[in-house]
Design a protein around this ligand. Structure first.
Ligand SMILES: Cc1cc2nc3c(=O)[nH]c(=O)nc-3n(C[C@H](O)[C@H](O)[C@H](O)COP(=O)(O)O)c2cc1C
Length: 384
């Protein structure tokens, strides 16, 4: 185990190393080559096919990821509809990563095979989910305490699928159990083709600063084991060009995975790609934002049906309007939309007010829906 104090950062980039292509470039993960190294992070309750398609079409990220799928095995009948929603995918979003959540090697292997059959291009193991249920059942971040088991799960998954298998981990179960080196070693020695590292430990909230020293340690370990063949992808607040440059310069990251910031801002990927390649960024007009929100709503309704789709869409509606003037006043309305006509009404009201300048005196606030409890909270699964 390694303590934060001993974490070694890679040497900062020397002058002249900031050449085009240093931060943004294609990325190879086993048999898969991604057009670029910006990846959408898996987010339970969010990264369904509708969301992913938009992230891909509008943002052009190199890899999208589904929500995690529990390795519960054939005894759990009645989960077919859930499996369908979690794994539904379309050609236009590819390549697509799907994620296994579990701890039993045989069940994880069986699930990996099912995900391949459902259309996954890459299969990831979740070693990061920090919710109480995961910790109690020895899954998610609890696996950070069992590197040897992680190795066995990865080996079983590799044997069950022809697709590249990867691991998504944290730096450790908590600050006094930083096992990222042991877990990365076990995963790579058993066939993992890439390591996604959320640069926080399991007890850290999302607001806590990421620790790039931990990512650097993983990168150095993987380099020792397999050279540059296995990419290390940094995750955790990688949502600005500055954060990405730091992850490269200080930790040697090969790619960057973005979660929360992509919600409601699918242009983020496109803008990061532009900024890091020295090109101008793009600001969508309000009309464009509204049009994309409506398209997203249609996609969500075709996935879930109109009733459930409308409820699911509440959180996305909020995100599309977040950061615009007047969002505070509308937040509770977004979170209570009950049906399709109410949806259109609330959205029309918001944008009509915006155009008419009625929100002009209200601040263009960025409100937090993640890490917030009580009515209107987007999800009870945040904090993975
Ligand atoms: C609502 C929500 C759901 C998440 N679900 C998953 C998940 O299913 N699997 C996973 O590995 N991580 C999950 N995560 C963690 C994210 O993938 C990511 O590691 C984390 O949000 C930090 O990245 P960010 O700062 O870019 O958001 C989830 C995060 C959030 C906020």
């Amino acid at each position: 185990m390694t303590s934060p104090e001993t974490a070694t950062h890679l040497a900062p980039a020397a002058a002249g190393e900031h050449a085009p292509g240093r931060y943004i470039h294609p990325l190879t993960i086993g048999s898969l080559t991604l057009a670029n190294n910006l990846c959408l992070a898996p987010m339970a309750g969010f990264t369904n096919v509708a969301f992913r398609l938009i992230a891909k079409e509008v943002g052009g990220c190199g890899l999208v990821a589904s929500e995690m799928v529990a390795a519960i095995g054939p005894s759990h009948r009645g989960q077919e509809e859930r499996f369908r929603v979690l794994t539904q995918n379309v050609a236009a979003e590819k390549p697509l990563a799907m994620q296994v959540y579990g701890r039993d090697p045989a069940l994880c292997a069986e699930t990996a095979a099912a995900l391949e059959a459902a259309g996954a291009d890459l299969i990831d193991l979740n070693c990061g989910c920090p919710v109480k249920k995961a910790k109690q059942s020895g899954c998610g971040v609890a696996l950070m305490k069992e590197p040897e088991l992680v190795g066995r799960i990865i080996k079983a998954m590799v044997e069950a699928t022809r697709k590249p298998v990867t691991v998504k981990m944290r730096l450790g179960f908590d600050a006094s159990n930083r096992t990222m080196v042991e877990v990365a070693t076990a995963a790579v020695e058993n066939g993992a083709q890439a390591v996604f590292v959320h640069a926080r430990t399991g007890e850290s909230k999302h607001g806590v600063m990421v620790d790039l020293g931990g990512v650097a340690e993983v990168k150095q370990t993987v380099m020792r084991l397999r050279g540059a063949a296995i990419p290390v992808i940094a995750n955790g607040s990688m949502d600005t060009a500055a954060a990405i440059r730091q992850a490269k310069d200080q930790a040697g990251a090969d790619g960057y995975q973005i979660g929360r910031a992509a919600c409601g801002d699918p242009w983020l990927f496109r803008n990061l790609l532009a900024e890091l390649s020295g090109n101008p960024t793009y600001t969508p007009s309000w009309d464009e934002r509204r049009a994309l929100l409506m398209r997203h709503y249609q996609l969500i309704c075709s996935l879930f049906g109109a009733d459930r789709g409308t409820r699911v869409m509440r959180k996305y509606t909020f995100f599309y309007c977040n950061g615009l003037p007047g969002v505070r006043r509308f937040r509770d309305r977004f979170c209570r939309i009950a049906n399709a006509s109410e949806f259109a009404g609330v959205v029309d009201d918001f944008f009509a007010n915006l155009r008419a300048g009625h929100h002009a005196l209200e601040p263009a606030e960025h409100l937090t829906l993640f890490d917030r409890s009580g009515p209107g909270s987007a999800t009870d699964t945040d904090g993975h």
